[in-house]
Design a protein. Structure first.
Lengths: 479, 479
C-alpha cells in the first residue's frame, strides 16, 4: 500500500494551469481538469479587493452583502424601466442650446490625435455637413487646431452607433423612461452603404444627412407626436427577441414592428406625400433602422439604474475605437478604460482583419442591458452575418448568466426555454470568473472615409472591469 | 460452454414488440431495443405493395426506381416554383362564372349531413352573407335541402383555412406560379375573435365579411396592381423562417413583411384615405393575416408538382373536419381519406379537448410544402401557443426528414444549422416508417357558431397514406 502512488495508475484532479494536466495524462494517468483561475487573473491586490466585496449572504452588513442589495435595486430599475419614443428633436442644438461647435462622439472622451480613423473621418464629414468647413483638408485642420469641442455622447445623455458623431444640426430621437422620467437621445440611422457613422464623408453621405434633417426627422416627428404617449420601445425589443433579433446587430423584426407602428399615423398626417413615401421606403428597406432606437431605449434604461450607491452593476459600455470604457452604477461618472480588441467575424469581399479598426461605438449599451451578445441565443440567423454556429450563439448567452445579476422577465429567450435574458453585468463576477462580456458589432475600416467592412463578435477588455472592481473595493475601504 | 445461454447473463437485441424486451430485462438481462415495425403496420398486402415500390437504386427500370425519378421531378417543381400575388379578384364569381349557388369548403367533398359543426356554422353564415337566407334556420333548411351545391376548394384550385368556406361574393387572392403559370386562389383573413372560418356566423362576423368585400379587397387590389409583377411570396416565407414563423400557425413576421410590401403602394394610390387607414390597421393588427397567402403560395407550388406520372409525393393534405384527405402527384385527382384525429394543444380558458372538433382546414397545404409542423424548428415561439418545448419543436422537424424526399434550399431552418426544410412527403416512407406528418393547427369548437377554442398539433392519419400506397403499387402492377 505504501508504494501505491508509484505503482498504481494515478487519478488526479488538476486545478488551474492546464499544462500540469498533460504530465499526468502523458504517462497514462487519469485526470480531470478543473478550469479554474484565481480572481483578478493572478494580481494579488485585485484578488484581495474582489474578495473584500464578494457576495456575502451571511452578514448583511458585510461590503459584499451591501453590494448585492444595491445591485438588486439597480436590476429592479432596469426591469421596471419603460422607455418610450416620445418625440423627435429636429436639431440637436434645440436640445442643447449650449452646444456651440461641439461634436459628440462614441465612447469615452478622446483627443483628436488619438482618435481612430473612422471617427476622424466622421468628424470631417460632420464639419462639411454643418458647413463649418468647405473641404476635408480645412475640416481636418480645424479639428486638429482645437477650435472644435469634443464630448462623449454618454456625458450628454446620448448614444451613437459606431463613431457616434452627433453635430448640432442633426435631428435626435427623444426617448423617455416613463417610470423614472429620465431622457435619452440618439441620432437617426443613415441606412447601409457609405455612411458617416463608419467614417465615410463623401457628398453622397452628406446628402443623406441633409435628407434625414429635411424629410425623415420632420415626418417621423409628426407621426410620433400623433401617437398618444409615444411608442413603447421595450415591447418592440421583447417581441423582436421572439423573431430572430438580438436588437443590436440584427433588428429586422424590430424595424418592421416600428414601421407598422408609424405607418398609419404618418399617412394620416398632413405631411408631404412624397416625403411619406420616401420615409416608409427608407425605413422599410433599412433592416437596422431600429438599432438607434434600441440603443436609446437601453440608454434610458441604464441611466435609471445608474447612481445607486455601492452597486457593482455596469451601466454603460462604450467604445471610442481606441479604448473600451465602462461606467458602474455605484462609481459615478468615472470611465474605466482599457484598449479595445478587434472583433472576430466575417469580412466583406476584399477586406480582412488587417483592415479592421478596433471595436467601436456606443451600441454596446444594448449588451449592458442584456440584448446583443447577451441575447445571441435569440438570433440564430445572425450567425450568417457574424460567423460561428447556432450552438455557439446559444452558448454565448448561457455564459453571460455567469457574470450578470439576474434574468430579465421581459426579455425572453426562446432557445433557452424562454428564460429571461442575462441582465445586469456585475463587475465582481467578470473579475472573479474571467468571463468578459460578449458584444456583437459592425466592423469599420481603420482608415477615415472607407466605411463598414464586416461584422463580428468581440469581448470587452478585462482591464475596464479590474480597474472598476478595485475602485469599488476602495470605496468600501477594503482595498 | 454448451450451457452458457442458460447460465450466463444474456445480451439481446429486441426487434419490434417492446413487451418482449421486459422479459429479458426483468430477469437481469441486457437488451437493446430496436424500434422497428413492419411496413404497413402488420398488413401483409400493404407490406407487399410498399416493398414492390420501395426505393431501388440498383435497377433503374424497377418500379421503386421509377418512383424515385418521378419524385425527383416533383421535388424539383416545388423548389423551382415562384408563387406571386398577382391580383385580387373582387368576387369569387368573377373567377368562376359557373359558380352559381356553390359553396367551396376545406378538405375532401363531404355531404351536409356529415359535415362537422363549425363547417355547418360557416355555411349558414355564408348564406346569410350572400343574402340567400334571412335567418340561420332558413339557411340550415336550404343547406339540407340540396339546393346549395358544395365543392372542395382544392377542386377549384383554391384553399381555405379551417372550414374554408368560399362563397361567390367573397374576394380572392390570386397567386400565380411564375415558373409554370398555374394559378391558386384563397379567401382573405377575417382576423381573430369570432370569425366565419371557425364556424361563427353572428352579425359581427357578417359585417367583417362585408368590410373585406367593400374595403380590404379593393384597397389591396389597387396596391398589388401597382407593384410590377406582383408580390413574391416565397421570399417572404423564407425570411419569416429566419424570424420565428413556420408560416402556418405563426405568421407574425410574414405579415409584417407583407405589410411593408403593400404600405407604400397603398398610400400612393388614390384609394380612399379612410380605407387605407382601416386596411393598414387591420393587416398590422392581424398577426395571422399572411396565413391565407402562405397557403395560396403553397397551393400554387404543390399544383406545379402534381400530375407527375408514378410519383409518390403528396401534393395536398386537407381536412374537412371529419376526414383528412391527401392527393398524390402520380395518382390524379383522387382523394385518399381517413378519419381525422383531434389536435393536442392548449385551450382558451373554459374549453377543453371535449369541446374540440377534429382537425380542420386546407392549411395543411403548408406542411405539404415543408412549412408548418415540418418547419416547427423555425418557430420556437410557437410552442407558447401550441404547447410543448422548443426541443420537441426541433425534433418534429428532424423527424419529418425521414418521410420527405429532399431538403428545400429556399427554406432554411436556423436551428438545424440552416438545413433546408424537409420537403416532399413520400407516401412510401410514411408507410414504411410509421411516421405520420405533423401539422400545427388552430382548434375549432365542435359546435356551429362558437369559433376558435385553442391551438395545437396533430398528425395526419395513417389510413390516407396506406390507401394511397396501395393504389400506387397497383398502378405499377405490384399489388
Amino acid at each position: 500500500m505504501a508504494n501505491s502512488l508509484l505503482n498504481d495508475k494515478i487519478s488526479v484532479v488538476n486545478v488551474g494551469v492546464e499544462g500540469f494536466l498533460h504530465s499526468v495524462t502523458d504517462h497514462g494517468g487519469a485526470a480531470l481538469h478543473l478550469d479554474w483561475r484565481p480572481a483578478g487573473d493572478g494580481d494579488p491586490a485585485l484578488s484581495w479587493a474582489v474578495a473584500g466585496i464578494a457576495a456575502d449572504a451571511d452578514d448583511a452588513d458585510a461590503p459584499g452583502a451591501r453590494v448585492d442589495a444595491a445591485n438588486a435595486r439597480a436590476a429592479q430599475q432596469m426591469i421596471l424601466a419603460q422607455p418610450m419614443l416620445v418625440d423627435i428633436a429636429l436639431h440637436a442644438r434645440d436640445v442643447w442650446p449650449e452646444m456651440g461647435r461641439t461634436l459628440l462622439h462614441a465612447g469615452a472622451p478622446v483627443a483628436w490625435e488619438r482618435m481612430c480613423g473612422p471617427m476622424q473621418g466622421a468628424m470631417i464629414g460632420a464639419l462639411l455637413y454643418e458647413g463649418w468647413a468647405k473641404s476635408a483638408d480645412t475640416a481636418r485642420a480645424m479639428l486638429a487646431s482645437g477650435e472644435i469641442a469634443f464630448a462623449s455622447c454618454h456625458d450628454w445623455q446620448a448614444v451613437g452607433p459606431m463613431s457616434g458623431i452627433i453635430s448640432p444640426s442633426m435631428p435626435l430621437f427623444v426617448v423617455r423612461n416613463a417610470t423614472d422620467g429620465n431622457v435619452a437621445y440618439t441620432n437617426m440611422s443613415e441606412g447601409i452603404g457609405r455612411v458617416l457613422r463608419f467614417g465615410a464623408n463623401s457628398e453622397e453621405v452628406l446628402d443623406r444627412l441633409r435628407w434625414i434633417e429635411r424629410v425623415l426627422a420632420p415626418g417621423l416627428k409628426v407621426a410620433v407626436n400623433a401617437i398618444d404617449g409615444g411608442i413603447e420601445l421595450k415591447p418592440i425589443q421583447s417581441q423582436a427577441l421572439l423573431m430572430g433579433d438580438e436588437v443590436h446587430s440584427r433588428n429586422s423584426a424590430a424595424t418592421l414592428l416600428f414601421f407598422a407602428a408609424i405607418a398609419v399615423p404618418l399617412i394620416e398626417s398632413d405631411f408631404d406625400r412624397a416625403g411619406v413615401r420616401e420615409i416608409l421606403n427608407f425605413v422599410g428597406n433599412t433592416s437596422q433602422f431600429f438599432l438607434n432606437l434600441s440603443m436609446a431605449s437601453c440608454k434610458a434604461t441604464m441611466d435609471a439604474a445608474h447612481g445607486i450607491e455601492g452597486s457593482s452593476i455596469v451601466t454603460a459600455m462604450a467604445r471610442n475605437g481606441v479604448t473600451t470604457a465602462i461606467r458602474v452604477s455605484g462609481l459615478g461618472a468615472r470611465w474605466f478604460e482599457a484598449p479595445s480588441d478587434k472583433p472576430v467575424g466575417l469580412y466583406f469581399p476584399g477586406f480582412s482583419g488587417d483592415d479592421a479598426n478596433s471595436d467601436l461605438g456606443d451600441s454596446a449599451i444594448t449588451e449592458t442591458t442584456g440584448f446583443g451578445g447577451f441575447s445571441l441565443a435569440a438570433s440564430p440567423a445572425l450567425v450568417q452575418l457574424v460567423g460561428g454556429t447556432v450552438t455557439e450563439a446559444v452558448s454565448y448567452s448561457q455564459e453571460m448568466y455567469d457574470i450578470t445579476h439576474t434574468r430579465n422577465p421581459a426579455m425572453s429567450l426562446p432557445l433557452l426555454d424562454f428564460l429571461g435574458a442575462p441582465t445586469g453585468i456585475d463587475i465582481r463576477r467578470v473579475v472573479e470568473t474571467g468571463i468578459r462580456p460578449v458584444i456583437t458589432t459592425g466592423i469599420a475600416h481603420r482608415e477615415a472615409g472607407v466605411g463598414q467592412i464586416g461584422a463580428g463578435i468581440v469581448r470587452a477588455p478585462m482591464g475596464c472591469f479590474s480597474a472598476a472592481a478595485m475602485a469599488l473595493a476602495q470605496s468600501y475601504g477594503v482595498a
